[in-house]
Ligand binder design. Structure first.
Ligand code: 99T
Length: 200
């Protein structure tokens, strides 16, 4: 299998962490690409019309995207219901957490593009503030939850979202306001799958 990815993409990191947790990492060849909405990647676009990473080329010759779909595919390859709880409240909690965490990451990536890609004279502070409101409100919601328990797709997504904030926005220092979430993140970051995929 081949994965269009980049070392800094938190969504590709979800896939790489899942592969490591499932014992599938050696079957995953990384095709590293550099891209942004204003710098699309031609070959990737032939496989994913949205032009986004991650995108997985399966051994059967199909392309899968986006990160939730690819992670669930890997889970199925590994036997199923390893990182995706089979049913009941645990399943819905994991899926909701994935949605919440991916929402944080989506907003953070938009803020990143706003500051790194958009010309200064075209920037819109209120719009960026609106993204930060989403991020901060979602982090506060996570502070109210107990994330202890299985390292499932919900927890993986939260860890990758927090890792992206730490990587791109270290000045945010959210952990000073949210000690329970901060302690969880510090502990979980020691997992080999997260340590091996930390963006540098
Ligand atoms: O939007 C674009 O054209 C290019 N952006 C991406 O491909 C980003 C890279 S994060 N990926 C996504 O937004 C994927 C979101 C999708 N819902 C999923 O896979 O879950 C790179 C951020 C960085 O390097 O700072």
């Amino acid at each position: 299998m081949k994965l269009f990815s980049s070392p800094t993409s938190p969504f590709a990191r979800k896939v790489r962490v899942s592969a490591l947790e499932l014992g599938l990492a050696e079957r995953l060849e990384l095709l590293e690409v550099s891209l942004s909405p204003v710098n699309p990647h031609a070959t990737l676009r032939e496989h994913n019309p949205l032009g986004k990473i991650p995108a997985l080329l399966t051994d059967a010759g199909e392309t899968l995207y986006d990160s939730p779909v690819i992670c669930e595919y890997l889970d199925a390859l590994a036997g199923g219901n390893r990182l995706w709880p089979a049913s009941g409240p645990a399943r819905w909690q994991a899926l909701r957490r994935q949605a919440l965490a991916d929402g944080i990451t989506d907003a953070a990536v938009l803020v990143r593009y706003e500051s790194a890609a958009r010309p200064a004279q075209l920037r819109w502070t209120q719009w960026t503030d609106g993204q930060w409101l989403k991020i901060r409100t979602a982090l506060e919601a996570l502070e109210q939850e107990s994330l202890d328990g299985p390292f499932d797709i919900g927890a993986i997504s939260v860890a990758c979202a927090l890792g992206y904030l730490a990587f791109r926005f270290p000045e945010e220092r959210w952990e000073e306001r949210l000690p329970r979430l901060g302690a969880w993140y510090t502990a979980v970051s020691e997992r080999p799958s997260l340590a091996a995929t930390r963006p540098a």
